[in-house]
Ligand binder design. Sequence first.
Ligand code: NAG
Ligand code: NAG
Length: 298
Amino acid sequence: MNSYSLTHLVLVLLALPFPPTPPPLYCLPGAVGGDRNITARIGKPLVLNCRGAPKKPPQQLEWKLNTGRTEAWKVLSPQGGSWDSVARVLPNGSLLLPAVGIQDEGTFRCRATSRKGKETRSAYQVRVYQTPGKPEIINPASELMAGVPNKVGTCVSEGGYPAGTLNWHSDGKPLIPDGKGVSVEEETRRHPKTGLFTLQSELTVIPAQGGAPHPTFSCSFSPGLPRRRALHTAPIQLTVWEPVPREVQVMVQPEGGKVVLGGTLTLTCETPAQSSLQIHWIKDVSDLALWKGRDWEL
Ligand SMILES: *[C@@H]1O[C@H](CO)[C@@H](O)[C@H](O)[C@H]1NC(C)=O
Ligand SMILES: *[C@@H]1O[C@H](CO)[C@@H](O)[C@H](O)[C@H]1NC(C)=O
C-alpha cells in the first residue's frame, strides 16, 4: 500500500511541466537578504545578497566592507583580484565569502541601483562562530568531604568561537560561585594560529554537612552568541563523607595522663549516641617505637 502510493507520487512529480520556476523569495542555504545580523560558521561559505540589484550584469552596484581584514572601509572592485579568495562579487550581484574566518567579522554594505534608477542599500553585521567540542570534566574527584573545600574537577571546552562561558550544575541546578561554598577558577586560552578558544573552569565546593550524600555535578558550555545551543558534559556522581563530629572526645584515666611505670592508662573515645561511626585509634607514629612490647589493649 505504502510503496504503491510512493510510486504514484514520484510519477506525478515527474509528470510536472518543465522545471518549476523558483518562487521569488527562493532561499538557498547561506543566502540572506535585508539589513541583518548574520552569524556564519567558521570555514563555511557565506553569501550576502545585494538587495535591489539586477540579477545579471550590467549592474550598478558597490560592495564595501569594514572587517578584521581591512583598514576602515574597503570597496570591492567587481574584478576582485587578490581579494577573490576572501570575498568576491558574483554575477548576480551577491557577495560570496568562500570560507568565513574570524577576520571576516565586521560590517558589509551594498548599494545597488535598479535598471529603473531606484537605489537600494543592504547592510549586514557579520559575526562568526565555531562550536567547540563537547565539554569534558577532567581530573574528577572520587569523593568529597563535607564541611571543607574540595576540588570537584576541571571542565574543559576546546576549540570554540567566540569564547562563551562554562557553567557548573549540581543535581540539575546551576551552581553560582559565591566565593564561600562554591568557587570556580577559570582560565581562557586562545590558539595562536586558529584564534579558537579553550576554556577551563575548576570547581571547588564545600558540601554542607548533612547534605545530599551522592550529589551529581555537570558542566555546560554556553555559546557567546544568541540562539546557539548549550553543550553539556556527562554528569559525575560523587559520595560525600561526613567528618567525625566535633563532639568526639578522648577521656583519659587517670586525669592528666600521668601514670607510674607499669600502671594502667585508659583512653575512652566518646561519640554522640546516635552516630554509627567507625572508631579508629590513631597514635603519633614517632612514638610508636616506645610502645613496642608494652601491653596495648583495645
Ligand atoms: C546569487 O548566486 C548565489 C550563488 O549561486 C546564490 O547563493 C544567491 O542566492 C544568488 N543571489 C540572488 C539574489 O539570487
Ligand atoms: C543586531 O545586533 C545588535 C547588537 O549586536 C542589536 O542591537 C540589534 O538589535 C540587532 N539587530 C537585529 C536586526 O537583530
